[in-house]
Design a protein around this ligand. Structure first.
Ligand SMILES: Nc1ncnc2c1ncn2[C@@H]1O[C@H](COP(=O)(O)O)[C@@H](OP(=O)(O)O)[C@H]1O
Ligand SMILES: CCc1ccc(OS(=O)(=O)O)cc1
Length: 284
């Protein structure tokens, strides 16, 4: 989705006008007119859905899920266009009609909040993997993404962007509601709730969890090989020489947040996350 730098700056008004409100949630323009069709989208028992708030490590998770479920080689994954294999439900391309016709088993991604997903998913019709990322690294990542996206051409400061995030005024709505809604469904038999930081902290346990959830049977040696392959995928991004140092690492927010911004953020975090019991690693 990332596009090149915009030539014309986007004023706050222009930026606002790019979104639309759906049941009180700010959604990107490409979701307009298809929310009802999405609610009625036919889900299959063999589907695997990957759901995240944007910039939660969706690409990495899709590679790991693909590897665990299909047993593919990590080098092969690097060469193929994996995004083509795992469409995003609400994106204009390939679109709902094409996704409906894909052969089983389908792997489908979405950034939509739980309540806007196909109602079949609420009825436990297929497996849903949700991944959450600590909101400080996420907001930095989402800001960088908005700066590089021509259609959004965001030219505000990080401070202003962070304020929008804390006030739930970004595309796909409130991060706080997004994660808490899924957290409330973490015990549903068709839901697996994961955290991005755990991919960096304890990938082996995550691979085990994924294999169990997806019904992939493997012995200890196979599990070790799978985990080793998944490590390669994490390294390909976070230690890639071509990328800015430390992309995707946990705790990079510390270089961007000011002390006062951090204090304000912690206050909002405490207010909005309340006593939900969901905790994140902000450093590793
Ligand atoms: N193997 C991988 N491939 C792509 N992105 C990865 C990755 N490992 C970690 N990431 C990180 O995941 C974030 C993007 O999330 P998403 O895939 O949901 O858009 C980026 O964070 P940063 O912007 O903090 O570097 C990116 O660096
Ligand atoms: C701000 C609009 C937008 C567009 C696309 C997104 O998804 S992704 O991060 O490229 O997967 C998120 C937000």
């Amino acid at each position: 989705m990332a596009e090149s730098e915009a030539e014309t700056p986007s004023t706050p008004g222009e930026f606002e006008s790019k979104y639309f409100e759906f049941h009180g949630v700010r959604l990107p323009p490409f979701c307009r007119g298809k929310m009802e069709e999405i609610a009625n989208f036919p889900v299959r028992p063999s589907d695997v859905w990957i759901v995240t708030y944007p910039k939660s490590g969706t690409s990495l998770l899709q590679e790991v899920v693909y590897l665990v479920s299909q047993g593919a080689d990590p080098d092969e994954i690097g060469l193929m266009n994996i995004d083509e294999q795992l469409p995003v439900l609400e994106y204009p391309q390939p679109g709902l009609d094409i996704i409906k016709e894909l052969t089983s088993p389908r792997l489908i991604k979405s950034h939509l909040p739980y309540r806007f997903l196909p109602s079949d998913l609420h009825n436990g019709e297929s497996k849903v993997i949700y991944m959450a990322r600590n909101p400080k690294d996420l907001v930095v990542s989402y800001y960088q993404f908005h700066r590089s996206l021509r259609t959004m051409s965001y030219r505000g400061t990080f401070q202003e962007f962070c304020r929008r995030f804390m006030n739930d005024k970004l595309g796909y709505g409130s991060w706080f509601e997004h994660v808490q809604e899924f957290w409330e469904h973490r015990m549903d038999s068709n839901v697996l709730f994961l955290k991005y930081e755990d991919m960096h902290r304890d990938l082996v346990t995550m691979v085990e969890q994924l294999a169990r959830f997806l019904g992939v049977s493997c012995d200890k040696a196979q599990l070790e090989a799978l985990s080793e392959h998944c490590h390669q995928l994490v390294d390909q991004c976070c230690n890639a020489e071509a990328l800015p140092v430390g992309r995707g690492r946990v705790g990079l927010w510390k270089d961007i947040f000011t002390v006062s911004m951090n204090e304000k953020f912690d206050l909002v975090y405490k207010q909005k996350m309340g006593k939900c019991g969901l905790a994140f690693d902000f450093y590793l």
